[in-house]
Write a protein that binds this ligand. Structure first.
Ligand SMILES: Nc1nc2c(ncn2[C@@H]2O[C@H](COP(=O)(O)OP(=O)(O)O)[C@@H](O)[C@H]2O)c(=O)[nH]1
Ligand SMILES: [Mg+2]
Length: 193
């Protein structure tokens, strides 16, 4: 694969238990895709052992950079801070994935490969067969319909956290979304469409 630098950016909140396995899995599956891999995790002032676990891991995973948020600001602003930190590294592609380990490393790698092979500015990983509570599904459905209507095209899994961006496209999107946006990926999806 023809990538010089690949940056994975990740907001994390109270994920002490799952993060080591997930980050090691990402390192294993993604490092073959680029000469240099960065894993940038922004810890949103977790109240569990996330900060200590990340500190420990950074000794073992040279790819890992940990950023401690100044205050707990929620998922959206933390994801935006992670995107900005990733962009600053000057990567060929930026991958965003949540710290909850909801995706398999091989699927993250598939999304990266799809971005390279299609030349797309943006690739979304779409979650199928989710087992969310009914109110989450209703909310997701309504947001999907509103965005689809506003954008003039259907955007499946409109708020998906697995997203791959070319840096120029991401920089444009970051201009478009306020730093404190609660659901920046919905804004992104709308702007992308
Ligand atoms: N940064 C941050 N993330 C949070 C907070 N509360 C929940 N999250 C994370 O938000 C992410 C998305 O929530 P989730 O329920 O997985 O949504 P879904 O993936 O759309 O089903 C998860 O990674 C949670 O850990 C918070 O206060 N700060
Ligand atoms: Mg999730």
């Amino acid at each position: 694969m023809d990538l010089d630098r690949l940056a994975v950016v990740m907001p994390a909140y109270n994920e002490a238990e799952g993060l080591p396995g997930f980050l090691e899995e990402l390192e294993r599956t993604l490092s073959p895709l680029a000469r240099h891999l960065d894993l940038v995790v922004v810890d949103d002032r977790s109240t569990d052992a996330t900060a200590a676990v990340l500190h420990d891991l950074s000794g073992r995973l040279p790819a890992l950079t940990v950023i401690e948020a100044e205050a707990n600001r929620g998922h959206g602003p933390t994801a935006l801070a992670a995107y900005r930190a990733g962009l600053e590294l000057g990567p060929d592609l930026v991958v965003h994935v949540d710290g909850d380990g909801q995706f398999h490393g091989i699927d993250v790698a598939r999304a990266v490969r799809a971005t390279v092979s299609t030349g797309a500015d943006v690739v979304h990983g779409v979650r199928r067969g989710r087992e969310d509570p009914w109110f989450r599904r209703v909310l997701t459905g309504i947001v999907g319909i509103v965005v689809g209507f506003a954008a003039g095209r259907r955007v499946p899994d409109v708020n998906t956290p697995l997203r791959v961006y070319r840096p120029a496209a991401l920089a444009e999107l970051l201009e478009f979304v306020p730093d404190d946006a609660l659901v920046p990926h919905v804004h992104f999806s709308l702007a992308e469409a």
